[in-house]
Design a protein around this ligand. Structure first.
Ligand SMILES: [Zn+2]
Length: 117
């Protein structure tokens, strides 16, 4: 499963969705007051598209939050472990300190005592 990360574009998607809904509401008000006569499709298309964008993004955000929760649970279960790096040293999974050596039983940076997996 690919990790979803909407940090970079979430604000833009929400802005587009809300703008379309506001545009639809303004067009609807103008049509109702006979300021600007236009077909019904022109009025309701932005409302429908904006709603679909926001609902779709809401579903995507829900999946992302579920993934984050699952990954967080996975790493919390491995806090007191270390992984071997390419240079032969180890990385503490509690704090990310990368200069841990094989003979050390605890992380020199955060003091987490390592347990074998
Ligand atoms: Zn550490």
């Amino acid at each position: 499963m690919r990790k979803i990360n909407s940090n970079g574009y979430a604000g833009r998607v929400i802005l587009v969705g809300l703008s379309l809904i506001v545009l639809g509401l303004v067009l609807r008000a103008m049509r109702k007051r006979s300021i600007l006569p236009m077909p019904l499709l022109v009025v309701y298309a932005p409302l429908a598209i904006g709603s679909v964008v926001l609902l779709g993004f809401g579903v995507l955000l829900g999946v992302e939050l579920w993934q984050d929760k699952r990954l967080n649970r996975y790493y919390l279960g491995r806090k007191r472990t270390r992984i071997v790096l390419e240079n032969g040293q180890y990385e503490c999974q509690s704090c990310g300190y990368r200069d841990t050596r094989n003979m050390e039983n605890a992380c020199p940076a955060c003091g987490a005592k390592f347990v074998s997996e």
